[in-house]
Design a protein around this ligand. Structure first.
Ligand SMILES: [Zn+2]
Length: 171
């Protein structure tokens, strides 16, 4: 049997090469703040399956140096593994100064604009990573406030302390 999943479409976006990292998602037209731009789709999996896959992804990331993680927490019982070909939203890059956020609305994961976005701008959101293995996830978003690694904003003070300690050790 062949899968009949179609690539996730949205009138707001187009996918092309990004200066941040690999492939990115860009605004095809002006997008007002608060727009549900595209759903982050994937395979619904249990927490047990999710941690198995996360471990596998981390292992392969160490080998390929590709820190891609596509698993999203949906609720207490299930996660979404977005590493499927039809999930267009997986191409959205992380930024330290993002223009979108992720919101779970009635069991669906949505990418929503947090400000007005101009046609041609690259879409981004904060991946919200904790600091475990942060060194595997360097950030090249280019934002003025870039903290150098992909990390949730509430982790930034802690990250900055870690980086300062590392720097002083090198001297
Ligand atoms: Zn950054």
């Amino acid at each position: 049997m062949t899968t009949t999943h179609q690539s996730q479409q949205s009138p707001y976006i187009k996918v092309k090469r990004s200066r941040i990292h690999g492939t990115g998602v860009f605004a095809k037209k002006d997008i007002p703040k608060g727009t549900k731009i595209i759903e982050y789709v994937g395979e619904k999996i249990t927490k047990a399956e999710s941690s198995r896959r996360s471990d596998a992804q981390i292992e392969s990331a160490k080998k390929t140096n590709d820190g891609a993680v596509y698993i999203f927490e949906l609720n207490k019982r299930y996660d979404i593994d977005g590493n499927v070909p039809w999930n267009t939203a997986k191409y959205i890059n992380h930024s330290c100064n993002p223009n979108c956020e992720v919101e779970i609305i009635r069991g669906h994961i949505w990418i929503i604009s947090t400000r007005d976005i101009k046609k041609g701008e690259e879409l981004s959101y904060n991946y919200g990573f904790d600091l475990e293995d942060y060194e595997d996830h360097p950030c090249r978003c280019g934002a003025e406030n870039c903290v150098g690694y992909i990390a949730a904003e509430d982790q930034w003070p802690k990250l900055k302390r870690k980086l300062a300690r590392k720097k002083s050790r090198k001297k």
